[in-house]
Design a protein around this ligand. Sequence first.
Ligand SMILES: NC(=O)c1ccc[n+]([C@@H]2O[C@H](COP(=O)([O-])OP(=O)(O)OC[C@H]3O[C@@H](n4cnc5c(N)ncnc54)[C@H](O)[C@@H]3O)[C@@H](O)[C@H]2O)c1
Length: 317
Amino acid sequence: MKFTVTGCAGFIGSNLVDKLLKSGFEVFGIDNFSTGKKYFLSKALKNNKFIFVEDNLNQIQKYKKFVKESKAVFHLAANADVRYGLNHPLKDLQENTVNTCSLLETMREVNVKNIVFASTGSVYGENNQIPTKEDCPFPTQTSLYGASKIAAESFISAYCEGYSFNAVACRFVSLMGPRYTHGHVFDFVKSLKSNPKVLTILGDGTQFKSYFHIEDCLEALILFANQLNNKIVGFLPINLGTEEGITVKDSAKIICNTLGLDPRFEFTGGKQGWIGDNPIIQLDISRAKSFGWKPKFKIKESIKDTTIWINQYKEII
Ligand SMILES: NC(=O)c1ccc[n+]([C@@H]2O[C@H](COP(=O)([O-])OP(=O)(O)OC[C@H]3O[C@@H](n4cnc5c(N)ncnc54)[C@H](O)[C@@H]3O)[C@@H](O)[C@H]2O)c1
């Protein structure tokens, strides 16, 4: 059995490729290394069940023979950085929405109709419903990233309706774990490396967020892929995260303790870290649990694991 993974050299993608190969599946992966790392694929590239092309997803049409006969496509390639969206207003649209459409067209041509899409809890904006359910009142978008992901979800759902595709849009909270390369833990460890005495925290530190571990994410992605055209027919958004949350300040304390540091915290102030930062992210995960999935890792453990990993892999900083 074969799967296609877009964004296969990224944090989630490379972990997924390793897991699929370990289970004996064939994998076709595409990545342009815009944020992905070749060394994340070092094990996979030695496996003859892995076909890899280094290219932009907007060229996916050229590789349709490799996409053909995939049981499902895991679509992870994206500009995953929410914070800098306003610096390049069309990037999210091109990378996250238009490229998704190119992929959908290629899938349609080769009659591959099952897709697991990496969406995001950011699509809920600053929602009044906490924990937020998948069918909450449709949100006002607060970031170009969120807007581009919900637009991509819309195209995917239209392909489900129009061409009988089956899709899960996984709306993730932020992930943690080995190969993590972007997000607040990364920023804090990097900052503490250059100045272990002071840590600047964006906002007032009370932003309350949920995080979950890459291992829990992979279990869910594979579980849902196997349910496509089975228990999941048509389009289904599913939240993924944990039922816990933590403030940014408490998260910073875990990171400092893990590194054995005791810096002074300085806050930039305000309830948001940056424009588009949702100060509270807590998703209702009962839909995911109804498929028999539940997160195994606690947030504290995930933050600690991630800190240790970043600290060991100094080349990513
Ligand atoms: N990590 C998180 O906390 C998180 C949370 C919510 C949603 N997501 C979503 O999950 C997916 C994977 O995120 P990640 O954390 O692994 O990010 P990442 O940046 O590590 O991985 C994305 C991968 O896609 C590749 N890529 C980007 N644009 C491409 C293009 N045009 N053509 C080919 N390859 C391209 C990058 O090189 C990278 O390897 C993304 O869609 C992201 O939006 C991630």
